[in-house]
Design a protein around this ligand. Structure first.
Ligand SMILES: Cc1cc2nc3c(=O)[nH]c(=O)nc-3n(C[C@H](O)[C@H](O)[C@H](O)COP(=O)(O)OP(=O)(O)OC[C@H]3O[C@@H](n4cnc5c(N)ncnc54)[C@H](O)[C@@H]3O)c2cc1C
Length: 458
């Protein structure tokens, strides 16, 4: 009997590393040493004798790097992702705090919807705030401490095949060609991954690419933070598509080195705050008063902008002709509208899929259909959360899933109820944070609870 997607997601959230390493392969090669690649490498260290992580950037260097252009933008670590990181790396919280990350328990987080403060969910999970380079380097440090993981600075240029199996990665190492042989190749090259091209060039099937155009404009700026222990460390404010405000949302987080990081996002022609002056003015005028406190602080450096054209997913689960010894993880498989902050948490769940797949010792010579079937459940869950909200935007024109009118009415009721009703807000947070499956919201109890809460609020 096959398990429901809700049960599979619950099982993936509960995956723990084994007490002892139990290798099922000699060498695994991960292409891409960002967050998804490092989380995959952490799991592989339990199931491979050695793990090589290839990245075109020097991963020993500190700070931002060209391979992750989104690195200057604000990144939220959802409570679900934080729980995953603590499972994979015992002591993660303490090390993160020691390196400057800021605690973000429920009472320190504030959420506004259309200017109304949402109820605080008392026993919701903790999280942390920090810059993206800090979060990434914390994960990297934990992984590179493992004795059987090493990194190679090289640009991957293709795959090597041995009959029906991917058996290695071609690389350009400082201008010289090379090959890293592997029993398992993991693509973690991010949303611009070239794996589909490499498969097609070698005569394999290319996974279907699905896109939803969102035309999101992001802008992030840093401000000096004088308060060492601010009461609220993570503050978010979203505007519904029906409001007349041209900025769709803003957030500010306390981050390391005594700074605030503030972000604003807009869609289509709305490009929020490209100059410091404009950024600060909008923070003050279009958001709740606590945003003005940040706007009144000294701005540090320039406003960094980023344009995100679309959410996209590659349907590896539907490919029938796939070589063995190959999987793909992270943004390379699915990258979503970043406003919902799902990327790191989804990557952690992809790593859990890998652990689930490798634990029974699969035949790596065969296509990893089981892995991709598990991963589809994670991708579907994240995709439905982000795309159902995006379809409500006036400039997004589909594709609409079946039953969209009803499902969008239901989600509007639930989102509205999160402002005043603790029970609905807790259920909603569990889903947004990917600890529970979206189907857990589509029950008569939840919907009636939301309707009653909205009636009371009126
Ligand atoms: C503006 C923006 C804001 C975001 N905000 C959030 C947020 O708030 N919360 C959240 O959880 N997520 C957020 N995300 C998503 C998050 O950045 C990603 O999900 C996360 O980084 C995991 O991505 P990844 O590791 O799969 O790929 P990436 O981080 O894109 O990394 C890909 C890696 O592959 C390497 N690479 C690529 N090609 C090659 C090659 N040929 N050879 C060698 N190396 C190669 C690159 O150098 C890079 O290191 C945001 C994204 C954007 C764009």
């Amino acid at each position: 009997m096959s398990l429901s997607p809700a049960r599979v997601l619950a099982a993936l959230n509960a995956v723990r590393p084994p007490d002892q390493a139990s290798p099922v392969m000699g060498k695994a090669v991960v292409i891409g040493g960002s967050i998804a690649g490092m989380l995959a490498a952490r799991v592989l260290s339990d199931y491979a004798e050695s793990v090589v992580v290839i990245d075109r950037d020097d991963l020993q260097a500190t700070g931002g790097r060209p391979g992750v252009p989104q690195g200057t933008q604000l990144h939220a670590l959802l409570p679900g992702g934080f729980l995953q990181l603590e499972q994979l790396f015992p002591g993660f919280r303490e090390q993160a705090l020691a390196q400057g990350a800021i605690e973000a328990p429920p009472a320190a987080r504030r959420n506004y919807l259309d200017g109304r403060l949402k109820v605080v969910v008392p026993d919701d999970a903790d999280s942390l705030a920090g810059s993206r380079p800090l979060l990434e380097s914390l994960i990297r440090q934990q992984v590179l401490r493992l004795p059987n993981v090493k990194t190679v600075t090289a640009r991957a240029t293709g795959l090597v095949f041995d009959g029906p199996v991917a058996s290695g990665v071609r690389c350009d190492v400082g201008g010289s060609p090379g090959v890293e042989h592997a029993d398992l190749v993991v693509d973690a090259m991010g949303r611009s991954s070239r794996l589909s091209d490499w498969l097609a060039e070698a005569g394999w099937e290319r996974p279907a690419l699905r896109r939803m155009t969102v035309h999101l404009n992001y802008a992030t700026a840093l401000f000096r933070r004088d308060e060492a222990d601010p009461e609220h460390t993570v503050v978010l404010a979203l505007h519904s598509p029906t409001t007349s405000v041209d900025v769709a949302g803003a957030a500010f987080f306390a981050i390391e080195d005594g700074r605030w990081m503030a972000m604003m996002a807009g869609y289509g022609e709305h490009r929020p705050g490209r100059t410091a002056e404009d950024f600060v003015r909008r923070l003050r005028e279009q958001f709740p008063p606590e945003f003005a406190t940040v706007a009144d602080s000294e701005i540090l450096g320039d406003v960094q902008t980023y344009r995100h054209a679309d959410s996209r997913r590659r349907d590896f689960h539907a490919v029938t002709r796939l070589p063995g010894g190959l999987v793909s993880v992270g943004d390379a498989v699915a990258s979503f509208n970043p406003v919902y902050g799902q990327g790191i948490t989804a990557a952690a769940l992809h790593a859990a899929c890998l652990a689930h797949y490798l634990r029974p010792g699969p035949d790596l010579g065969l296509p990893a259909h089981h892995f991709f079937a598990l991963q589809k459940i994670v991708v579907d869950a994240a995709w439905s959360i982000s795309t159902s909200a995006d379809l409500a935007l006036p400039h997004v024109d589909g594709p609409y899933p079946r039953g969209y009118r009803l499902s969008s009415w239901v989600s509007r009721q639930i989102v509205a109820a999160t402002v005043t009703d603790v029970t609905t807000a807790r259920r909603f947070n569990d889903v947004v944070s990917m600890r529970k499956h979206p189907s857990s919201l589509v029950t008569p109890r939840v919907i009636l609870g939301a309707l009653r809460a909205n009636r009371r609020a009126r």
